[in-house]
Structure formats: C-alpha cells, structure tokens
Design a protein around this ligand. Structure first.
Ligand code: ADP
Length: 405
C-alpha cells in the first residue's frame, strides 16, 4: 500500500492505494482503499472528508478546528485506523508526497532523507507558494512514521528533459543563472501519466508517439511530448506562464508589471495577486468555473463569451506552436477538470484546424465517461482524445516502483 499526500498551504489531499503487486506485469494497477481531504487547516471551520472505499462505507465528514498540518495528518491517520487501514499497518510500503518544485536536481522520484529535504527547502525562493506546504507535509509524515520510506514525486521532474533552448529565457545568462531563472514547468505528473495513457489508447508504445497534452484545470498547462519525453511546456519559472487559467493571466508582456508599478502605483505584492488570483477567466468575466461561463454564454452574456474566446485563442496558439515544435503530432489529449468535462472547450480549441489534421466528432465529443476515449473521427490524421488524469495513481506507482525495486 502507498499513502499519497498532496499538502497545500491550508489543505491536505490524500489517497491510500493498494498496489496489487501480484497483478502481473506492467506498473501495479493501484486500487483506491480510501480517499479524503482536509481543508481550511488553521481555521475554526476546518473540515475533514473521508471516504473509506475499501469497506464500501459512506463518506464521513467532520468539522471543527484543526490547528496545523500535524493535527491534520493525525486526524487522517485516525480515520484510516478506524477502517483498519492505519499508518502502523505493515502493509504500508511508502508515503508518496507531491512536491511542486524539484528544480533541476530532481529528475525522478526520490526517497526523502535530510539532504533531500534540505534541497527542497533550498528551492523555496522559486516556489514560495507551494514548497513550504509540501515540506510541512513531509516533516509531519516523517515524524509519524520515521521508519517508513517517504518518496517525493516532483511536478517539475517530467519537464527536466526539455532541451536547453526551450527551457532558457532569452535574458542575460549570468543574471538568470545566479537566480536559477529558467522554465521548469509544472503539472508534470499529469503530463507524464496522460501522455503515456494516450499512447496506450492508440495501441502504441510511448516511444513511438508525439502528443500535445492540454491539462486544463483551474491551473492549466500544455506540453509537447515527443516519444515519451517532454520537449516543451507552457508553464515557466512559476505556474503563471502560458495558457489562460481560472485565475492566472498566463502569457503577458512583462512590461505590464512595470507599468502597473510605475503608472498604477501598485506594489510588488499587488501585481502578484492581480496576475495570480484576479486574472485569467475570473479577471475577464468574474467566473472561473467553465460550467458557469458556458451557462452565461447560453444566456447571451458577452463578457463571458469574450473570456471564453480569449481562453480558446490562447489554447489554439499553443496547439499550433507545439505542432511546429513536434513536427509530427499523433494526438492531442485533453485532461483535468475542464479538459475532461467541457465538450465545448474541446470542440472550439480544435475548430478550424482541419488543415493540421485535427477534427472533432460531435457525437464522440458529447460522450460523458471516466475512461480514456477518442473524440476525433476516423478520417482525422491526428487523434483527439480525452484522457482522465490521475496524479495520485501516478505518484503511488512511481513511489512504489522506487521502494520495491
Ligand atoms: P485543479 O486545478 O484545482 O486541480 P481541476 O482539474 O479539478 O482543477 O478542474 C477544476 C475546473 O474544472 C473547474 O474550475 C471548472 O472550470 C472545470 N469543470 C469541472 N467540472 C466541469 C464540468 N462538468 N463542465 C465544465 N467544466 C468543469
């Protein structure tokens, strides 16, 4: 069994998976035994929602103050223990931690020791919003089970194969290197999983296919994957670059930030909040949920329609750019909340790209399913696919492979 922890600044998401090592060949299948979420840690209204899938029991929800990550993890441990799945179980082989920023050092999942933890801490300046929470989660889990292997699985690792000409910004080299400024990319666990699953759907080995992966959640990123290796991705030094997101601007002329400071009198922090929290779909139309935006468009709301069009225009630009980067594209894969559920986004993103071999079959696109599936007509030269992502399973598989090797 592997416990997967995704620790945010005020939340912990977790899944306990049975890796079924005897399932024979290939990566272990991974059966979910329990899933849950602790939210609003540090507030009076903390909430723990736990679903014991193994026992088929109902979701249990408890509300009340959970002071910090340590208390949160102890509460999770108690919930698991109540189902006979406690952290003291000898069947627990590892705890897999999602770690957002692994810099250039961590190119693969890594068993955490003091030196690894120190290196993750050294990366806090390039991931100030994410790595501190991940570190707290790791420290807490290590204190609870010091004897158990804890594995860090990095969001950046899949992108470390990007060639230097894709990873480096065209700025002064000495300045960039002194401050470790380069494009790292994020959502790598999802891009890795989805590109592999796309190859599987096409009945090919990952080494044989070139895929453009569009991870469209509240955060969104695109990647160009050539023969299983990432060659470009849309997020950069931070997750702010690239596609239009729920609350982030994505690509923007950096001079906008000077302008806001010089002319609008905004502080560094004001600009940070503006671009990360008050921009993207929410900045454009007040909503960041694609369901709500589609509903408003259906009612004739022009602001919602313009926001949607800007979102789609950016997506198209990346599809075009990555087609050029890859030279030959075998598939475009949509994933995450929007990519998996919003058929109008998929249809609009690929509309008019027939010359590039892309097309969407309206009936296939309308199918709702949790399974990987094609949405392109048979004649299309490039497959279009919906591939539900599963970052927890990918983290569990990577952690399990490492500790059982
Ligand atoms: P996160 O980046 O938080 O992990 P998710 O991948 O869960 O995000 O995606 C969340 C987003 O997915 C929501 O903000 C919403 O825009 C979109 N979404 C979820 N369900 C649907 C749906 N049925 N139709 C359209 N959009 C959806």
């Amino acid at each position: 069994r592997v416990l997967v922890l995704n620790s945010g600044s005020s939340s912990v998401k977790y899944q306990l998976l049975d890796m079924n090592p005897d399932s024979g060949g290939g990566p272990a299948a991974g059966t979910r035994l329990a899933v849950g979420l602790v939210e609003r840690i540090g507030e009076d209204t903390s909430r723990l929602a736990h679903t014991p899938l193994a026992t088929g029991g109902d979701k249990r929800e408890t509300e009340g103050p959970i002071a910090d990550h340590e208390a949160a993890l102890k509460a999770v441990a108690a919930e698991l223990a109540a189902d006979g799945l406690g952290l003291d179980s000898p069947e627990l082989a590892a705890i897999g931690h999602r770690v957002v920023h692994g810099g250039l050092k961590f190119t693969a999942p890594t068993v955490i020791d003091d030196a690894v933890l120190a290196e993750i801490e050294r990366l806090v300046p390039v991931a100030p919003l994410h790595n501190p929470a991940n570190i707290t989660g790791i420290r807490t889990a290590r204190a609870l089970r010091p004897d158990l292997p804890q594995v860090a699985v990095f969001d950046t690792a899949f992108h470390t194969t990007m060639p230097e000409y894709a990873a480096r910004y065209a700025i002064d080299v000495a300045t960039a290197d002194a401050h470790r400024i380069r494009r790292y990319g994020f959502h790598g666990t999802s891009h890795a999983y989805v590109s592999r699953k796309t190859a599987e759907l096409l009945g090919k080995d990952p080494s044989e296919v070139n895929v453009i992966v569009l991870h469209l959640g509240n955060g969104a990123s695109a990647s160009a994957v050539a023969g299983g290796r990432c060659v470009d991705t849309s997020m950069g030094l931070t997750p702010l670059e690239g596609l239009v997101m729920g609350t982030r601007s994505g690509d923007i002329d950096p001079a906008v930030t000077f302008h806001l400071k010089r002319v609008a009198g905004m502080s560094e922090d004001d600009v940070d909040v503006l671009l990360n929290k008050k921009s993207g779909l929410v900045g454009l139309c007040g909503d960041n949920d694609m369901r709500e935006i589609r509903r408003r468009i259906d009612e004739g709301d022009e602001r919602a329609e313009l926001a949607f069009d800007i979102y789609i225009h950016r997506l198209k630009k990346y599809i075009g750019a990555y087609t050029a980067v890859l030279g030959r594209v075998d598939a475009v894969a949509f994933t995450a909340g929007v990519g998996e559920n919003a058929a109008p986004v998929r249809a609009a993103a690929l509309a008019g790209l027939e010359e590039m071999g892309l097309a969407v079959d309206a009936d296939l696109n309308a199918v709702r399913s949790g399974e990987p599936r094609l949405i392109s007509p048979e004649y299309a030269r490039v497959a279009a696919a919906v591939i539900p992502t599963d970052e927890e399973l990918e983290i569990a598989q990577q952690a399990y492979a490492l500790v059982s090797a």
